[in-house]
Design a protein around this ligand. Structure first.
Ligand SMILES: [Zn+2]
Length: 94
């Protein structure tokens, strides 16, 4: 029986699907993306780069993480600063 390590360190992603020859290896690049006409650069972003054709594949978890960071919906606090409702002039006056 061949025991395969299931929890492999994701240092390479296997063979490149583009050229079928190279291997996708983990590198840290500067990732560029556009957000509302603003160019966002993320240094040291993990990406798998083919050592033959240079095809890049980004780690899905890293992309999800980045989208979470950039999504304005995510950082929104649930407590919106709302004015306390005035219950009307209900003060007992002596
Ligand atoms: Zn390739």
């Amino acid at each position: 029986m061949i025991s395969k390590p299931e929890n492999e360190a994701p240092n390479n992603k296997g063979m490149c699907l583009e050229c079928g020859t190279g291997a996708l290896k983990l590198q840290h690049l500067t990732y560029f993306t556009w957000l509302n006409n603003e160019l966002i650069t993320v240094p040291d972003f993990p990406a798998y780069v083919c050592d033959i054709c240079g095809r890049r594949e980004y780690d899905g978890r890293a992309i999800t993480w980045l989208n979470t960071l950039l999504n304005p919906e995510t950082g929104r606090s649930s407590t919106s600063p709302r004015k306390a409702e005035s219950t009307g002039a209900n003060q007992a006056q002596p």
